[in-house]
Design a protein around this ligand. Structure first.
Ligand code: SF4
Ligand code: MSK
Length: 646
């Protein structure tokens, strides 16, 4: 459990040093919570009304119903549904804000933003039915922004990205099951209404809502966030960078940007390159300014601008505990309250910027698009002015920082797999069909002290690639694998099985491809859809030899992601179950019966090697059903040891 499984050397170094100085971290607080409430873990505690809280006795000797009569099945399913709605709302509200930025660009009321991918602007605008000929970028931005925002309020129609992009068979299944989502806001509101006391009590009906609201996110909100981010900040291209706490510099002003929205981080990166500010930083005796990202903010600016990654979710406090960070600027999601306490030990200033995410004890600077660049410069100036307060005797910057390649997308995988002259998914599908590549696995999600503190992702990906499974990644899982060298073609290719190695060497890609942030899981949906369109390895998403995992899931957003993949026909493995184990009926329904409903299902497995083989077995069953060729190389390549960080 927790601390002992942490493998990242940089994190261990900081933790050990600061523990001896009495500084607390998330691992200490997690340990202090043990043993955690068994009713909560099993999902059989209900707080939905003021007759409760009620709990169901899991041993069958105590109460089997809440005061209102709710059973374990209702309580577990209702809570899971509500959590999934919260996760879907988080991604989708992020998308809404990006839509507003697009409109503001159209109206010319922004500072520091422009359309960086006018080509994609036209492609997406045309998809939304907007006439693009002879229109300027700002005109199209305004029209598309308004059109995108309409998706949120649709009452009966489905979202455009879903109805235009999802494979026909999936759409038929969703219609038959009555889970075809309408507008994002409608689905979130209706799901919350259904989970109110005295509303939906049938667990199957509740799970129907869970799937509907998650589909509204995956094929709607998250997909909109990805597309609009590409338009605004540029579509990613493969790019080299570095990851881990060693990207911080002893002799520079260190600024960390943390959260999820590229709107803030992108303009801070731009402002940090201002010659006046660099000059000012040098006048303070530094060599310049380093900006590094954390969590999905890191992924957003990594895949587009090659900005170094300081770390993932569990490294937010640790980055401050280096004593070398002048400011940490945060926006929304996955920002732990613990950072304020970590900062209190050092000169580090934490600055919140979103009205939706206020943190007690930290300075707030309201960040708005109309004065974004000025605000970003002001924030950087605060960091520069704070540098003289750094106590150099307290600084510990671990040397670990690993090279990586990131910036793959559903569109540019075409190019890399097919080469310049036959840019298509054909080479991928052919290599799956002929048995060089077994299939494709998504390894995504958070890092969690309950699990391996990130290490599960690394073990899982190593096992998958050595068994010739091509891996696609997003979120903090991608960052963890980057820190261990799995996103570097030069090192990771040697860890892949023979067939996958041949393909990766020929194409020049790592066997694990970094596709971006959490909302960019929508890129995986699109890539799978392209595989279906290309043909030969399944006529619908549920037939493809693919699987997904978020072993160290933590956020409710991960539940939304997992559910939209299950509803789209995929196997999804979480390391620890959602809070449903107290209801055998709900557990069996999502892990067994679901396969006959959507073609997808859930599995829960903490051991990353066993999880890898659950995924491999699932992929093999799909291969068998499709009558694909036997695997070309049956012997797995054996990976020895842990890849050393530099
Ligand atoms: Fe208890 Fe029912 Fe109220 Fe839940 S909704 S707290 S089970 S009375
Ligand atoms: S940041 S949701 S801890 S992946 Fe997207 Fe990481 Fe999970 Fe947050």
């Amino acid at each position: 459990m927790s601390r002992e499984k942490l493998k990242d050397k940089a994190s261990i170094k900081i933790l050990e040093a600061r523990k001896s100085e009495g500084m607390e971290t998330i691992w200490d607080r997690y340990e202090a919570q043990q043993p955690q409430c068994g009713f909560g873990l099993l999902g059989i505690c209900c707080r939905m009304c003021n007759m409760g809280p009620c709990r169901i006795d899991p041993f069958g000797t105590g109460p089997q119903k809440g005061a209102c009569g709710a059973t374990a099945d209702t309580i577990a399913a209702r809570d899971m549904t509500r959590q999934t709605a919260a996760g879907s709302a988080s991604h989708s509200d992020h998308a809404r804000d990006l839509g507003h930025t697009l409109i503001a660009i159209g109206k010319g009321t922004v500072q520091g933003y422009s359309i960086r991918d006018p080509y994609k602007l036209r492609i997406i605008a045309a998809e939304y039915g907007i006439k693009v000929e002879n229109k300027k970028d700002n005109e199209l931005a305004l029209e598309l922004g308004e059109r995108v925002l309409q998706e949120f309020g649709k009452q009966d129609d489905s979202q455009l990205t879903l109805s235009k992009r999802a494979p026909k068979r999936q759409q038929e299944i969703w219609k038959k099951l009555d889970i075809f989502p309408r507008g994002i806001d409608r689905e979130v509101v209706e799901t919350l209404a259904r989970t109110h006391e005295g509303m939906d009590q049938d667990y199957k009906n509740l799970i129907q809502s869970t799937m509907r609201v998650s589909l509204a996110d995956g094929w709607g909100g998250s997909m909109i966030a990805t597309e609009v981010s590409d338009i605004l900040f540029g579509s990613p291209k493969p790019i080299r960078a570095r990851a881990n706490l060693g990207v911080l510099k002893e002799d520079e002003v260190n600024i960390i940007i943390h959260g999820h929205e590229p709107t803030l981080s992108d303009v801070i990166v731009t402002a940090s390159q201002d010659p006046e500010l660099i000059k000012l930083a040098k006048e303070k005796g530094t060599k310049g300014i380093t900006v590094a990202g954390l969590c999905c903010t890191a992924n957003e600016i990594l895949v587009r601008r090659g900005i170094p990654v300081a770390g993932n979710f569990l490294q937010q406090e640790l980055s401050i505990l280096t004593g070398a960070v002048e400011i940490m600027v945060v926006d929304i999601q996955c920002v732990s309250p613990g950072i304020a306490q970590a900062a209190s030990h050092f000169h580090t200033k934490v600055i919140s910027t979103s009205a939706k995410a206020s943190i007690p004890g930290v300075e707030h600077i309201d960040f708005r698009e109309d004065n974004a660049l000025d605000t970003a410069k002001k924030i950087i100036k605060i960091a520069i002015d704070n540098y003289p307060n750094r106590d150099k005797t307290k600084v510990i910057i671990p040397k670990e920082a690993m090279d990586l390649v990131a910036g793959f997308t559903a569109e540019n995988i075409f190019y890399h797999l097919g080469g310049k002259f036959r840019a298509s998914y054909k080479p991928l599908n052919e290599n799956i069909a002929n048995g060089r590549i077994r299939g494709v696995a998504g390894v995504v999600g958070c890092d969690n002290p309950r699990m391996g503190s990130g290490s599960s992702h690394v073990a899982l990906v190593k096992e998958l690639i050595k068994n010739n499974v091509l891996v696609v990644q997003t979120g903090c899982a991608a960052i963890e694998c980057a820190k261990e060298g799995l996103l570097t073609p030069e090192t990771a290719i040697e860890m892949a099985g023979e067939g996958l190695k041949e393909v990766c060497k020929a194409v020049g890609i790592p066997p694990a491809l970094h596709l971006g942030s959490c909302v960019d899981n929508s890129r995986i949906l699109i890539a799978c859809t392209e595989m279906v369109k290309e043909g030969g390895i399944g006529k619908s998403l549920d037939e493809l030899p693919v699987a997904g995992a978020a072993l160290e899931w933590m956020a409710e957003k991960a539940m939304a992601i997992g559910w939209y993949f299950v509803a789209s026909g995929a196997l999804v493995v979480f390391g620890t179950p959602m809070r449903i184990s107290g209801s055998q009926a709900v557990y069996d329904y999502v892990t067994k019966d679901m396969e006959n409903i959507t073609g997808g299902k859930w599995a829960f497995e903490e051991d990353p090697i066993k999880a890898a083989h659950l995924m491999i077995d699932h992929i093999d069953r799909k291969r068998k059903a499709l009558k694909l060729a036997p695997m070309m190389y049956t012997q797995s390549y054996t990976v020895t040891g842990h890849l050393p960080s530099e």
